[in-house]
Design a protein around this ligand. Structure first.
Ligand code: BES
Ligand code: MN
Ligand code: ZN
Length: 494
């Protein structure tokens, strides 16, 4: 997809499809009014007849017959005074989905010429490219029949009100395109079945990324290396499977050599059966998504490479399966983490924290400015925040606030949850330094408290994406989250 910025009147811009907005009150946006005049009142007639009502996300395709464009896509923006980032993104997603069903090869959106609080030309353009990329994503389904035909759309323009905003918009489009490409990689990897997407497959993908992008370098540690590093916690999770575990290091060198990196740690459990603490069958297929943290770290690294992010970022992915077998770790087993701390494994289904804790210890060697781990870590997080908001916990309130702000700007939201000393008491053990699991109360928080025990002296945040990483039901599939949040965080730090 080619993205470009334009300025000037919608009445003069040639395109296969002009995308203009309609508010719920029946008020046409400025661009819609200009275009309406050029089309002899055709758009207003649609509205008057009641064929378009302006409800957020509603789309009406109008044949322009003659005029600067072949079609008009009239998009509902909801209430005028409530129009913000969320409504803007929703409108773009709906417009792009509708556009994909047409034969239009080119489209120009005028939605960014409306007043949109707390955004500038850069953000409006970036959100546009991100949203279009996201709406045009297709799952590479493994079917015996022929694939449905791909959308015809080849180029997408974003109109800005003033000519001098074009450069900012172009930068936004470039970033949005990169973020969408990263999110698409995340979705592709997460959507793959666990019999394809194994730890070895993830390692291979990291090598492939490094081959494709000059700024990326991959390094794979095998189980022998993990044993030498004394990663007893990680190794205890992989004990029950025949698939070899990997620790994958993927570096983006975009800043000066001496600059402290941001380390992104991604949970890469390619299938979580629960192990000996076996899960119930309903929904167990969704545990192929338990490597979405890893996939989002790869997605962020790819996006960083694509946009030439001027910073050093290291992706660190502990990858393994969690399976039951005669060699599997048993409830009550005590394991030695790389940090030296011992852990009583009460529940083998609380495996994410076991692989992450050794990865967090390993992250120290990079002398990171910040460490952020990303994980589908707890069912409790899904109960607490549902499918719309990721949880962020941190040993640094400013860092948590930075991540929340990135989530708001990227429209990929996260909410700061507490992590007080009291919660730590729940992890007490009579047999080891602490346990890996405790009651259901505050489960997302106690999981973060467990990780916090491995982050002394680090500036660290944890993102629990169990609810936001993928959709269930008829729309089952990876969302590509939290790649937009991570990228906004990285871009904004500069
Ligand atoms: N991968 C799961 C968490 C999860 C659950 C992600 C549902 C997405 C949807 C994790 O490994 C897990 O099993 N967590 C347990 C922890 C418990 C045993 C302390 C959970 O949430 O039940
Ligand atoms: Mn589990
Ligand atoms: Zn898991």
């Amino acid at each position: 997809m080619r993205y470009y910025a334009v300025s000037g009147s919608a009445a003069r811009q040639r395109t296969d499809c002009a995308i203009v907005g309609l508010y719920e009150s029946g008020t046409l946006t400025g661009a819609a009014t200009q275009l309406d005049a050029a089309l002899g009142g055709r758009i207003a007639r649609f509205v008057k007849r009641g064929d378009a009502r302006g409800k957020a996300g509603e789309v009406t395709l109008i044949d322009a017959e003659r005029g600067p464009c072949e079609r008009v896509l009239l998009v509902g923006l909801g209430k005028k005074d409530g129009f913000g980032r969320k409504q803007y993104k929703k409108a773009l997603l709906a417009a792009a989905a509708a556009l994909a069903k047409t034969g239009a090869r080119d489209a120009v959106s005028y939605l960014a010429t409306e007043p949109l609080p707390e955004t500038d030309a850069y953000y409006r353009a970036r959100l546009a490219a991100e949203s279009v990329g996201s709406a045009l994503y297709r799952i590479p389904a493994i079917r015996s029949t022929r694939k449905p035909s791909a959308p015809a759309l080849r180029s997408f323009g974003v109109a800005v009100p003033e000519k001098d905003q074009k450069m900012d918009a172009e930068r936004g489009l470039e970033h949005g395109r990169g973020i969408a490409a990263g999110a698409a990689l995340t979705r592709d990897l997460a959507n793959l079945p666990a019999n394809v997407c194994t730890p070895s497959y993830l390692a291979q993908q990291a090598r492939e990324l490094a081959r494709q992008h000059a700024s990326l370098k991959a390094q794979i540690l095998d189980e022998a290396a993990l044993r030498r590093l004394k990663m007893g916690a990680l190794l205890s999770v992989t004990a029950g499977t025949d698939e070899p575990a990997k620790l994958i290091v993927l570096r983006h060198q975009g800043g000066p050599a001496g600059q402290a990196p941001v380390v992104l740690v991604g949970k890469g459990v390619t299938f979580d059966s629960g192990g000996i603490s076996l899960k119930q069958p309903p929904g167990m297929d969704e545990m192929k998504f338990d490597m979405t943290g890893a996939a989002s770290v790869f997605g962020a690294l790819k996006a960083a490479a694509e946009i030439g992010l001027p910073a050093n970022v290291i992706g660190l992915v502990p990858a393994c399966e969690n399976m039951p077998s005669g060699r599997a770790t048993k409830p009550g087993d005590i394991v030695h983490s790389m940090s030296g701390q011992t852990i009583e494994v009460i529940n083998t289904d609380a495996e994410g924290r076991l692989i992450l804790c050794d990865a967090l210890t390993y992250a120290r060697r990079f002398k990171p400015a910040v460490v952020v781990d990303v994980a589908t870590l707890t069912g409790a997080c899904v109960i607490a925040l549902g499918a719309h908001t990721s949880a962020v916990m941190s040993n640094d309130d400013d860092l948590a606030a930075e991540i929340e702000a990135a989530g708001r700007r990227a429209e990929d939201r996260a909410w700061h949850m507490p992590m007080a000393e009291e919660y730590h008491d729940q992890l007490k053990s009579n047999f080891a330094d602490f346990t890996n699991s405790c009651g259901r109360e505050g489960g997302a928080i106690t999981a973060a408290c467990f990780l916090a025990k491995f982050t002394d002296g680090l500036r660290w945040a944890h993102l629990d994406i169990a609810g936001t990483a993928y959709l269930t039901g008829a729309q089952k599939g990876s969302t590509g989250r939290p790649v937009p949040l991570l990228m906004d965080f990285l871009i904004h730090r500069r």
